[in-house]
Each structure stands twice: as C-alpha cells, then as structure tokens.
Unconditional design. Structure first.
Lengths: 221, 934, 453
C-alpha cells in the first residue's frame, strides 16, 4: 500500500459485491421479461381486434343468425384460400334490409363504385407458410380450432396464437382436435368428454395419414 | 379449360387481388433481376399483405386461390404451338404445352415458355411514337386518314406492306382485304429465319417410321416449327423399355453441332464446302460406282457405312436437309427420298401452311429494297418485322427506308426499325390479343388472350383493319368473323366454345399435296462442287433468341446455349484445331471479314465442330432491344448477304480479350463417366446396378416414395426443362457479371460433355436436378436443420429456416444447390412479380435453394387426393421439367409402387445413379445413353 | 520439450531485483511519455480497424456476394481466416496452462502476453462465423433456446459444436487471464499516480490485498483453471478440424484432421508469439525478462510442431494414394499441379522447409532469423487453410460443376481489417495492463536469488 490516502471508502467492497449480485439478478429479470413478452398475447396479438371498414359482427351473423361460414367464405371447401365475400354477397341480404343504414354505407358505396372493400387481416401468416383450408375442413379440423370462438366475437379478433408450435402440436397428433363433418362449421365448439375415443375413431374415419404431416414441406416450400 | 368469358385484368379487384400492381411500370425491377439490385437488407416482406381485398362481383370462372388454365397458341416462326396458360386470379403466370395440340403434345420448348416473361417486360412498347416522340392512336389515325386520301385515288400505288410470313387465317384475310382496298399496293414478306415452304409445299417427316435417317445440318430436333412433334417421335425410337427398343439409326452430316448431331449414332463433321462432294459420293455409292478419290478417310468410311445401311432391305429410310441449306441441297435430299422410296412412308409433302408462297405476295426484303431504290414506294407499313436489324448487310435497308416519305412500324418493342420510321405503333403480346394460327401440320388454333392489354397496344389484325379504313372491330369479333365465314352459322357458338376448350379447331388440316411429279428413274441431281475455301462462315439463328426478337428476355439470355453453355453473349464458334492454328483461345477478340463485310467478335472453341468453318449466331449486337438485350454480343447480320453465301472468311486476331460468361468450364468427363453409354448390341449384357452395402439400416418408406428417372437415350439437351423450372419456381435471373462469378441460379442444369477422339467426338447432354439423396450429405451438416429429409424421401429445403452457412452446398457432391449471394429478387413494386408463382416462396438474400421435385405440385395433388379419400394416381403429379420435356425423357412418381412408370424405368438394366460409389442413394437416377452404331 | 533448459543461462537476467522487475513492467505504463512507436503503431492499427468496420458495414448492406465465393466454392476467406485466427489463439492457453502444469517456469515471462494474444485472436476469429452467414441476424438460431417454433439446432452438424467449443474456449481463457492479472492489477492500483488510474485499477483488482488467504485461493483457482483450460486446447481445434473432416468432400474427409489441426494451431500460435514478442521486448526494454532463452525454447516448439504438421501433409497424401479413391487422388494432384499450385508449394516451403533452420543453435538464437521464420510460418499456416478450403472445393466430384475462387477487394479488406483489429487491441493491452506477470516474475527472481546463493 502506498502512503497516499485510501481510494475507496469503507464498505466499498460490500457495495461492489451488492452491485455484482444486483447486475446478475437484473440480467435474469430482463431475460425472463423478454421471454414472457415473446410468449404473451402482446406479441402474438391474440384477442386484439383490428378496425375494419364495416363493423361486421361474426357473433351476430354466424352465431345468432346461424348463417353458415361457407355462405361468405365460399371456397373454403375447394381451395387453399377460404375466400372473402364479394360485395354482392353482402348485398344479397342487405339490398333488402338495413341497406340504407350508415353502418352499411361502405358496402353500398363499394357496389355502386365497383371499388372493393378493404378488410384488415386479423390472421396474418408469414408468406412462407402455405396453409390449405380445404384439406383441413375436409379432414375434421373446424374453423374455431384455429380462428377461435368466432361465434362470440362482436369484433373479429385473432383467436389463437397460431405460432409454429401450435401448428406442430396438432400436426403431431390431431386427434384431440378432430370433429365429425357435421360440426366443422359450428361457430362454437368444445371437445366432448370422450374426445380421446372419438378422436381416434375420426382419425380412422378420415383416413388420416400422419407421418407426412410433420414434414417441413407440408407448410413451407 | 373453360372458355374465357371475362377478362379480369385491369379491373380493380384484380389489381388488388394480385397484391402487387406497380403504380408505375418502371425498369428497376429488371435491374433487380439482373443482380444489379442495390436493395438494402434483403429482409423485407416476410409477412402477408395487411389487407384482404375481395371482388365486388366475382367472375364465375375464378376460384380464389386456385389456378385456372386456358388453351391458346404461341407463334413460333409464324406457326402455332398449342399452349395451356396457367392464370392466378386472372394473372397469367406460366405457359405449358397443350396435350391436345399435335405440335405440342403437352410439351413446350424453352422459347415458348419464356414468352410469359416477355408479357411483363417493362421495356415493351407502351404507346405509339411519332418520330420518336410519344403520341396517341387517334393522332396516328388522323395521320393515316390523310395518307389514305392520297393513296385511295391511285389504288394504293406506291403503298408497300412488309410483314413476316404468317399462318393466321384472320391476318391473311386482313391483308387480302387491305390489298383489295388498294389493288396497286404491294405486299412483301421478310423473315431471317429459314423458309420452309416457298415452293408451295412443305416436307413433313414421320420419324416414328424411319429406320435409317440421314440428317444434313440437323434441322428437325431444333429450330423447327414441328421440332416438338419430331422429338417425341424420334425419342420413341431411342427409348429402351423392358430391355427392348426398336432403335433407328441416325447419320448426321454437319459442319457445326446440332441437337441431331449430338444424338447421332454416326456423325461426320465436314465444312459446308465439302458437303456437295460428300453428297455426290453418297449418290455414286448408291449407284454402286466406286467412290471418288477426293474423299478423305473419315468421309469415305461415313459414306460407305451410310449407303450400306440405306441399301439394307426392309429399312424405311429418310433424308433430312437442314432449314438453312441452299435450295440445291434441299432439292438433292428431296430427290434422294424419292429414289429411296421414302415419299409417302417416312416423308409427306403438304401444301404450304405459311404465307411465304402466297400468290399475292410481291417478294422478299430484297425486292422491297429494290422497289424503294427505284423510287416506287411512297408509303411503307412494316407490320411485325424488324428489317433494319434482321436485314442482310448488303440490302442496307435502313438507308433505303430513309427515302420513303411515309413509314410506319407495328411491333412489340420500339426496336431498331421503330427508330427509323415516322410512326411506331405498339403491338399487343400474343397473350393479350385474339387471333388464330396454324401449326406446321396445318392444324388451326384459336389464339385466346389471358389478359386485357397491359398497355395501349393493338393486335396486327386490328391494325390491318384500321389501315384498310374499315370500321374498327375488336380482335375477338375479327377472329369469330373469320371462322364463322369458314364454318357457316349453324351452331357456331357451340363449335367456338369447344375449340377454345380444346385449344384446337377440329377438322382443320391441310391436305397432303404431292410435289411436282418426278420420274423415279431420274437420278439424284449432281451437286456442283464448291470452290475449296479455307474458311466458310456459317450463319445460324440463335438457339433461343432466334433472329434476335427474344433478345430482351432475361430467361433466354441466361439460358445456357447447347454445346457452349454460353449466356448473355454470342460468340464466333470455331474448332479447337483452328484455334490452335491461329493461336486463339476462348474470349479472344477477332476481326471477322467476309466478302468485305467486317465485324469484331470473340471466339469460342467447340470440340467436334468442322475445322473449315466458323459459326456465328444472330440475335446479338442489338442496339434497341431494351435494358436486357441491348449491346449483348455482336451482330452477325452484318455478315449476312442477300445471296446467303458467305465464303472467303478471314479471321485476324486483335490481341484483345473479352470475358464470355459460360455456366460450364469443364466439358470433358475426366474419366468419371457421369454419363454412361452402351452400344445397342450390348443391351442384353447390361446388369442392373447393385446398391452399395451400408452399415446403417435403410430408411423406412412412407406410402409414397418420390423418385425420378431421366433417360439419357432420349434427352436431346434442348433445355426446355430448365426454362420450365425457372418459370414454375420463381428462379431469378442474375446477370452476366454474376454468372461469371459462378452464381447462376437454375435448379436443373443441362450438363454437356464431349467424349471420344478428335474427329469422332460424341456429345452427351445430362439434365442434373437435385438428386434427392436418401443419405443426403447436405442434411447432416446444416446447423439449423434447414434442409431435412421428408417421410416421403424428399430432401427438403426450408428457406425460412436457412441462415446461409452454405455448408450444404459444399457437401453436395452434385453441386445442385444454389445460393442467393445477393438479393436477386425484382424490386418490390416491379411488374415482373406478376409472373411469380404464388405457390412457391420468392427467396430472399442469403438463403440456399434447390430443386424440390416441385413439392408445391405434390402437395396440391395430395391435398386433393386426400380430400377425395383416394391414393394419388401414377402420373397425377408431373414436375415442371417432366411436363415440358418433348422427349418424355423425365419420369417422376412413386418408386414405392412397383407398377408406377418411374419404378418401371428404374427397373431397366440401363438404370444407374450418379456417383453411386458415394452411397448417397439418389432418388433421381439415369438411364444410360443407348448408341446404335452400324 | 525437456524440463531442463538446453543452455546453462538463467531464465531471468541475474541482475534483476524485485523492484527492477516491477519497475520494468509497470514503468512504461505508469510514467509518460508513451513511446512514439506505440503511438504510431496504435494509430495505424486503429485506422485499419476502421477499414474493417467499413468492410463489415458494406457486407451487411449488400450481402456475402461482395466476396469471391460462389458455387462450388461456397466458403472462402471468411473460413480460412477463422481457422487461422483460432489456430493462433492456441499458443496462449497452451503456454499458460499446459506449461504451468508441466512446471515449465520459463513460461512465466510470456504467459500473460500470450494469453492476451489468445483472447484477441479468438475475438477476431469469432467475427467470421457470423459475418460469413447469408442471414447473420439469425445467427442465434445456432443456440439452443426455447422458441415459438419448437425447433432446436441440428446437433449432428459440426458447426453447432463449433459454437460451443469456441465460446467455451473464449470464456475460460478470459477468466484464466483475468484471475492471473489480479495481483498485478493490485500492484498497478498501488503504484498509479492519478486518482482515475488508482480507482480504475482498484475496481478491476476486486479488492486484492495480497494477504495469505487471497494468495492461497488464487493459487488453487489458478491451478484448477489451468486444468480446465488444458483439454480445451485440444478440443477447440479438433472440432474446427471436424468442420471439414465430417464432410464427404475429397480433401476434407480425413481422420487425420483433428490432431493435425491441433498441431498446426500450436505451430502457428508460437510463430505468432515470436512475431509479437520480439518487437515488444525491444520496444519496452524487456530483454532482461524475456531472454534469448525464451525465444530459443519457443523456436524449439515451432520446430517440433512443424514436424507434426509435416507428418499431417504426408499422411494426407499417403492416404489419398493408398485409398486408391480417384477423387481423393485427383484433389491431391490438383493441389500440387492445379491452378492453385503456387499457394500449395509456398505453403510447403514455409511450413516444412523453413522451420528446419532451427536445428542450428546459432540460427535459433539469432533474433532476426527467429523473426523472419516466425513471419513465414504465419504466412504458411494461412496458406494451409486456404489450400484446404479452396482447392478441395473448386474441383470436386462432377466435372461440369468445377469452378474457380478469386478473392475480391472485400475479401482482402476484411482479412487485413481483422489483423488491424487484433493489433489495436494488443497495443491497448500493452498500454494499460502489465504485459508480464510481475507477481510471478518476483517469485522467479527470489527463486533465482536463492539458487544463486
């Protein structure tokens, strides 16, 4: 030690140790928080409704009026793309009812000016993901399995996380999610108590080939 | 294929539905394609569009998310090629062959398939030009009315039309209508490409029947309007099935390689100057006279072997003279066929389909030039041709053109001719316009548009009508009018719909006509020997660019040329011997002088080319082709003369060099025999390849095990598969600079190998896609699992997982993987994205990519099959390359099913896998090339 | 090498005393003016480092296409430099850990310095695996972490092993180096004149007071770390060797690679130590602490490992010939006669012939010769990696896909840039930290005195 006065006040090393500890804890906390956020709805946008040109309620149309999904999403059974209703579809009813209300003005304008409605996507897949609606509905996966309880949505929101893990979960073993053909388009569906048994039976009924479902090229190409 | 009732294009739904409709149709996209893109990051756009935009009124013909196919026709030197065009939400994306059209048979060549890119070419002419300045159609119409007022009284004296020969009944009717209106007007026809039927009839070969074929300068597998049909028939006689084949024998006599030469069982490379002597020798040998002394050893051997074969009883023989051959030699071949009794058996003559010999036609470009020189022409309408570029040098058409007061040009591009005329009118692409065409076999096809004209363009038929001063009629009505007149009104619409569905007009074939009668005993004409020339210049159309009309097509510019693998530039092809004599190497610039005409060109050495000649391809040296095609290579038309003769060629080295981009640098097999061949006589002795033993258990197989077999006996190396793959899989064009750096992106390549002694070279083509190894070396080394094995044996490449270590490519023994070294995508707002296949990811910078066996087609088929609870049928899935192949050399399917076509082929004794010793167990295997020597 | 010094002379200058040691080492750091050469050197290195950043910036803007790589040669300078730097990074741990365990006291005066060199070399090396990626922002996919994709790295790939090997090596080396520094940091703290210096060194010294307990712990920890570091010396470059050996590529697929790479690494590492130590001892007047004998001993290590490398070359050729595999044979022939032959022959000259000069005692004791040979060995070892990476790739199995690799301006600037970066770090180290372990040297001096009396 040189004769000069002390560099640090007493207890410096205690403080120093405290800082080390604190830093370590902080690091853990930040990592944890990041992880939590990454796996939270704020990241996956589940339950967030985006605004739309027309205040369309799936709850009203699908659940209360019991209009079949396929009435508007007409290509869901034939095409990878479920289809969005052309304006004329809306008008098939609304030329008769509520046609004059402010709520429906955009629809009427669209028809008059031949300018399409612009809906904001609720479910956005990365464009390297190729989802095929027709095979899913053909093989017993219902709308609500991926789109959530659409029948209870006044404003349409993203219903499921739809991250790769969720896709894989079902592609590894779809049985817990399989429904009979009649129930595919129900606006609300909860698996029955005996789903385990039913799922297995349905898998056989649909003749599901499982092995290729977890191939990367099933969704990415 | 439903008839096209409504054209969704231009309507706002389509615009939005397509997701990318550029606000301005600029050229940045193309620069991007050419690898010059400076786009930062390259990480853009990995999420779907924010908005969903439905139709307001959905056309019944469109199911969103599903492609629709429409039958139409693609013009090839004026002749029809039946095509099916794939469209997504009204956006044409791919051209395929129409199985119901004889001239296609479901196949499509590279040039036809590349036409889809031309549709979206930002450099297309988009509006009329008046002396180079933008103008409008009404302006032109008033200008023409003035001209019309001048011409009408004198019956159109001084008016000249210049068109390319056409097979379109509607266009021809329009021309005749115009000539009726102006009886003293004159109609000239010009095409640089060979004329098949100037004599009023055209030969048609039956290659399924011919046992012995003599091909003089090729002329039936490549650059022929019926090439696809001929290839299919020819391949039928080369394919080994169940260990048996009814093999024909092909003798090729040619100066430079043709696809036929590469398939020949015996080939003699001789310069054009030697042709008459050799052919005369054939004739004398046929009449059992001793061969003249002038022949050297190889020539002698060739002639003896050939005549021996021709004589053998019970053989159906056929002699084919290449398209560019002088009339004398074509006549010689014709007579030989008669003497050998081939007519009616292996060769038929039918009345001319194309308008070359039209009685109302007043001659060719030369005749027009003379007329102008005589000051007889006061108004000239050039419709569809580009004579300023494609005219022979000694016609000096540009200079003549300047002497005509009123000139107009109709064309798809503002090309060299457009720059030399007063009025340039933009012509619609054939996918935008109604018309009709005839195939080489005379079969008629309605050319049905897929989309409204993208720009303010019109079709030839419409313009002819405009010039004739008739009230305007839409192309649709014009074509219907033509056919209603032919068919009569009864149930016309029924027929019409059926024709559009099938893509062929039923019951429309030109009857076979006999050529002028010739007494059988009249001998084969004696050909005057050519003066022995040290060097002869051989001028040929470019394999892809033809006479340069496709020069602005990036796909074709970057498609490796057969025998040289050259891209982006043409070169003067010479033999290695000549190269040695003159101390010339690849890329050396030489001064090419021929009868006083001079150009400067780089040379390229081609083994197996005749020593006494140099080959130059047209299509280079364009000055106004567009951003892609201008200034590529040199202009061989500057060496072209009216007579077509090009002797006394002189080459002098300039001492300078230029860098020629070739996708292959090693053309010798180096003792590794990637291409295996066998002589027909050894067919019985072939033993099937035994899989190498392995310590590891074999992979478990799923219901389907995808595999491919490529038959080298039938592959003619036409590169149709490469073009098909490029169109199907959104493969970018990278540009010359990147090719020079070894970064071409094709997923399937056609390797070329020269084998054999100098003087007796053979050439082998080998298409190489991903081998989809069962023990794939690439999979082991990827640190993130971006390339993995599927349960069905696909070696999958997951672009969105790839981080770009490139180790997979290093470890790939076949080097079939391709890497996005730069962002090769078109700019986000480029119109070129309209061609993208929505079923395939557009790869971004820094990811590896490769052949996937067209997995998008597999998935589509499986999805439909599983929906209907049935297995996928054999042949239900056809990869893009397989679909395009005219020789049916590629077969794809489920190897787990022993009954499948691919399993059958793999069971052939001639089946082998590339680099089998590595035990990678490729799913893509080859059938060894069968050769049938005398 | 033997524990007995080959020459009678001492490993410490006899005249050295405790104070003289401390003074020589800490003096130049604490008492300005700083040597002009240092300033010039640092300035130069720093400018080159800026060049490196520019090159990296352009790389991120345009993509790896700015390099000469292509198909077939998809790996170029990036991997060559990576292996080269990692190799250089080997000497440090080898000297400080293994020689410590072998009681090679002569290591004392150079271990600190070489450890620093190791760290900086590894830092340079670690840049490349990330830079050479097509999509560097996804480099973290090589780490196992719970993602929403439910995916993990592909553990069969040697590139994943690399991540662990290199990061572990870097961490342990760093800790080892820092622990060794503690007593000296305390000394610096106590000798520093400025408050900043005193506080700075004080914090870094972690309150080292040098009492018996501290020393006891320190000794133990130091030995344990040495034990930990030792296997890493072998593991790291073995795994780097496997990056190639795992591939089926002729010229890469060879079982000799791991040992042959480790040998080569130590070879190049010691060459680099010589290259750096020789100017430094002159610059800071440390001839008394880093004596000729140190240099001579290192020369002997170079000679030995040189022969290991030579054996590696020989066995590569022999197995290629013996296997009878046409591809293996071709690759070897192509190396010697192909378009890259000059690189190959220069490599042989530098790595096989030149080191044999050290058989002569006179030559291995002549500083200029030592320096020249060291430089040449560095060049040779870089060429070795170039030959392995490029000549194997550019002509592999199918002739149609053969190609050439021509490095571009950006290849070179990135390479030279890392050299600048390395030197810049080294200069800072010399400037701010004791380049020789004072505590251990004092120990030696005392021992020397005792044995002297």
């Amino acid at each position: 030690m040189s004769g000069r006065g002390p560099i640090f006040r007493p207890g410096a090393s205690a403080k120093f140790r405290a800082c080390l500890l604190l830093g370590f804890v902080l690091l853990l906390a930040v990592t944890d928080a990041g992880y939590a956020f990454y796996h939270s709805p704020w990241w996956s946008r589940v339950g967030f409704a985006s605004d739309q040109p027309v205040l369309f309620s799936h709850r009203h149309h699908a659940a209360e009026l019991r209009i079949d999904c396929r009435y508007c999403h007409s290509s869901v059974e034939t095409s990878p793309f479920a289809g969005m209703p052309p304006t004329e579809t809306c008008l098939s009813c609304h030329s008769q009812i509520f046609g004059t209300t402010a709520l429906l003005r955009p629809v009427v304008v669209s028809a008059e000016t031949n300018q399409p409605l612009r809906w904001n996507r609720v479910t956005r897949m990365p464009d390297f993901v190729y989802f095929d609606h027709q095979i899913h509905v053909a093989k017993g996966i219902g709308c609500t399995s991926c789109h959530g309880a659409i029948g209870s949505m006044a404003l349409t929101a993203k219903g499921e996380r739809l991250d790769m893990r969720q896709c894989l979960e079902c592609h590894r073993d779809p049985r817990p999610f399989l429904r009979p053909s009649a129930e595919i388009f129900l606006p609300a569906w909860t698996p029955p108590a005996d789903q385990a048994a039913r799922g297995a039976a349905l898998a056989a009924h649909y003749g599901l080939a499982l092995r290729h479902l977890t191939n990367c090229s099933t969704c990415h190409r | 294929m439903p008839p096209l009732t409504s054209l969704p294009a231009r309507s706002p739904e389509f615009a939005e539905g397509a997701d990318v409709w550029p606000p301005d149709l600029d050229r940045r996209g193309f620069l991007g394609l050419m690898g010059a893109s400076l786009a930062l990051g390259g990480l853009a756009g990995c999420r779907a569009a924010k908005t969903l935009v439905p139709y307001t009124h959905q056309p019944d013909s469109v199911v969103p998310g599903l492609p629709s196919f429409y039958a139409s026709a693609c013009p090839c030197e004026g002749f029809a090629r039946g095509i099916l065009v794939e469209a997504h939400e009204g956006r044409p994306t791919k051209i395929e062959g129409n199985p119901r059209h004889a001239e296609s048979g479901g196949a499509a060549d590279a040039v036809t398939q590349a036409a889809i890119l031309a549709l979206y070419d930002p450099d297309r002419s988009q509006a009329p030009l008046h002396q180079g300045r933008p103008a409008s159609w009404p302006e032109f119409e008033s200008a023409w009315r003035e001209e019309d007022r001048r011409l009408a009284p004198v019956g159109g004296a001084g008016l000249a039309l210049l068109t390319e020969p056409t097979t379109s009944p509607t266009v021809r009717a329009g021309l005749h209508r115009l000539l009726d209106r102006f009886p003293r007007a004159r109609w000239f026809q010009h095409t640089a490409l060979a004329r098949y039927d100037a004599e009023g009839f055209q030969p048609d070969y039956d290659l399924a029947e011919a046992d012995v074929i003599l091909a003089i300068e090729g002329g039936f597998l490549d650059r022929h309007p019926a090439a696809l049909r001929y290839t299919r028939a020819f391949a039928g006689r080369r394919r080994v099935e169940k260990g048996a084949v009814r093999a024909n024998r092909l003798y090729a006599l040619e100066s430079a390689w043709s696809l036929a030469g590469a398939m020949a069982d015996r080939r003699l490379a001789a310069p054009p100057a030697r042709l008459p002597a050799i052919l005369n020798a054939v004739a004398t040998a046929w009449s059992r006279e001793p061969l003249p002394e002038t022949l050297d050893r190889e020539e002698r051997a060739f002639v003896t072997a050939l005549t021996a074969d021709l004589r053998r009883p019970g053989r159906k023989v056929l002699c084919i003279a290449g398209d560019e051959q002088p009339a004398a030699i074509r006549r010689w071949a014709q007579r030989l066929n008669q003497v050998l009794g081939a007519v009616g058996k292996t060769i038929r003559y039918r009345a001319a389909v194309r308008s070359d010999g039209d009685p109302r036609s007043a001659g060719d470009l030369g005749a027009l030039a003379d007329a102008i020189a005589r000051g007889e022409i006061s108004a000239l309408a050039i419709l569809g041709a580009n004579p300023v570029y494609t005219g022979p040098a000694d016609v000096e058409f540009a200079a003549r053109l300047a002497r005509v007061p009123f000139t107009l040009h109709l064309g798809g591009y503002a090309d060299e001719t457009a720059a030399a005329v007063r009025w340039h009118l933009p012509e619609s692409h054939f996918l935008e316009a109604w018309s009709d065409l005839r195939g080489y076999d005379g079969s008629a096809v309605i050319q049905q548009p897929l989309i409204d004209p993208l720009y303010d363009t019109r079709s030839l038929g419409e313009v002819l009508r405009l010039l004739a001063g008739d009230p305007p009629l839409s192309g649709y009505d014009l074509v219907r009018a033509t056919w209603r007149a032919r068919l009569g009104a009864d149930d016309f619409d029924g027929h019409w719909t059926r024709w559009l569905n099938a893509g062929v007009v039923d019951g429309e074939n030109t009857p076979t006509a006999n050529p002028e009668p010739a007494e059988a005993e009249e001998p084969v004409p004696y050909l005057d020997p050519e003066p022995a020339a040290a060097l002869t210049l051989v001028l040929r159309p470019d394999p892809w660019l033809g006479d340069g009309r496709h020069a602005n097509n990036g796909w074709l510019q970057e498609l490796p040329r057969p025998f040289t693998a050259l891209v982006w530039d043409n070169a003067l092809l010479i033999s290695p011997q000549l190269g040695r004599e003159q101390r010339l190497e690849n890329g050396d610039l030489v001064r090419v002088e021929c009868e006083g005409r001079v150009v400067e060109a780089p040379v390229w050495l081609v083994p197996g080319q005749a020593e006494g000649c140099a080959v130059a391809h047209w299509g280079g040296g364009r000055t106004r082709a567009g951003a892609v095609g201008s200034g590529r290579g040199f202009d061989a038309f500057r060496l072209q003369s009216r007579s077509g003769r090009a002797r006394g060629l002189k080459l002098t080295a300039t001492g300078r060099k230029t860098r020629l981009a070739s996708t292959q640098h090693q053309f010798a097999m180096d003792g590794r025999d990637p291409v295996q061949t066998f002589a027909l006589r050894d067919l019985g002795r072939l033993r099937p390849e035994q899989p190498a033993i392995s310590l590891y258990p074999a992979r478990a197989r799923d219901t389907y095990a995808w595999g491919m077999s490529i038959d080298l006996s039938t592959c003619i190396g036409c590169s149709a598969c490469v073009a098909a793959c490029q169109a199907e899989n959104n493969i970018p064009v990278v540009g010359k600079e990147q090719v020079l750096r070894g970064r071409v992106m094709h997923w399937i390549r056609v390797d070329t190998y020269f084998a054999g002694e100098p003087g007796a070279e053979r050439c082998h083509s080998q298409p190489v896609p991903c081998m989809q190894c069962e023990n794939a070396p690439c999979e082991l080394v990827c640190p993130v699992g971006a390339t993995v094995h599927s349960s069905e044996g696909l070696n999958e490449m997951v672009y969105n997982r790839c981080v770009g270590t490139r180790y997979c490519s290093n470890n790939c023994p076949y080097k079939v993987r391709r890497f996005n070294f730069f962002d090769f995508r078109a700019a986000a707002d480029s119109i070129l994205h309209l061609q993208d296949n929505p079923e395939v990811t557009v790869r971004q910078r820094g990811v590896m990519e490769k052949c996937t066996y067209c997995v998008q087609r597999i998935n589509r088929a499986r999805s439909e099959a599983e929906r209907d609870n049935r297995p996928i049928r054999d042949g239900e899935i056809r990869t893009a390359c397989q679909q395009a192949c005219p020789a049916e050399a590629i077969v794809f399917g489920n190897v787990a099913d022993p009954a499948s076509a691919v399993a059958q082929r793999k069971a052939e004794p001639s089946s082998y896998s590339l680099l089998a010793e590595l035990n990678t167990r490729p799913r893509t295997t080859y059938l060894a090339k069968m050769i049938n020597p005398a | 090498m033997s524990a007995h010094p080959p020459s009678p002379e001492a490993i410490v200058d006899p005249t050295a005393t405790l104070t003289s040691v401390t003074e020589t080492v800490s003096g130049p750091i604490l008492h300005p003016p700083w040597p002009r050469l240092w300033l010039a050197g640092f300035a130069g290195a720093f400018v080159v480092t800026l060049g490196l950043f520019a090159a990296i910036g352009w790389l991120f803007i345009r993509g790896v296409g700015i390099w000469g790589i292509n198909i077939p040669v998809a790996w170029g300078f990036a991997i060559v430099n990576f292996v080269w730097w990692i190799g250089i990074g080997h000497a440090g741990t080898f000297i400080s850990a293994i020689l410590l365990l072998l009681h090679q006291t002569w290591r004392t005066s150079i271990n600190r310095f070489t450890e620093a060199m190791t760290l900086f070399a590894v830092a340079c090396a670690a840049l490349y695996p990330v830079l050479h990626l097509g999509r560097p922002i996804y480099a973290y996919w090589l780490l196992p972490y719970p993602d929403t994709m439910g995916l993990w790295p592909q553990f069969r790939s040697p590139l994943v092993w690399d991540v662990f090997a290199v990061s572990t090596y870097a961490t342990v080396s760093l800790v080892y180096w820092y622990v060794g520094l503690l007593p000296d940091l305390a000394t610096m703290r106590d000798r520093a004149a400025s408050t900043v210096g005193r506080r700075g060194y004080g914090i870094l010294a972690l309150g080292w007071r040098g009492d018996a307990r501290h020393w006891a712990h320190h000794e133990k920890l130091y030995l344990i770390l040495a034990g930990l570091a030792t296997p890493l010396v072998v593991s790291v470059h073995s795994i780097v060797g496997m990056d190639f050996a795992i591939a089926i590529l002729p010229g890469w697929h060879s079982t000799i690679f791991p040992p042959y790479f480790v040998g080569g690494a130590i070879f190049s590492g010691f060459a680099m130590v010589l290259t750096l130590v020789i100017p430094v001892r002159a610059l800071f007047r440390m001839e008394g602490l880093i004596t000729l004998r140190h240099l001579e001993l290192m020369a002997l290590v170079v000679l030995t490992t040189g022969w290991i490398v030579t054996y590696g070359y020989f066995s590569e050729f022999f197995t290629a010939w013996w296997s009878g595999d046409e591809f293996e044979r071709f690759v070897q022939a192509n190396r010697a006669l192909g378009p890259y032959a000059p690189a190959f022959w220069l490599m042989l000259t530098c790595n096989v012939l030149i080191p044999n000069l050290f058989w002569s005692r006179r030559l291995r004791r002549s500083v200029p010769v030592l320096f020249g040979v060291a430089i040449l060995v560095n060049v040779g070892m870089w060429l070795e990696r170039f030959v392995i990476v490029v000549t194997s790739l550019h002509r592999d199995f199918v002739p149609s896909s053969w190609g050439m690799y021509i490095p571009t301006f950006w290849d070179w600037s990135t390479f030279i840039g890392t050299i600048g970066f390395f030197l810049a770090l080294l200069f800072l180290f010399l400037r701010l930290l004791p380049a020789i372990s004072m505590s251990e040297m004092r120990g030696l001096v005392i021992k020397a005195k005792e044995s002297g009396e």
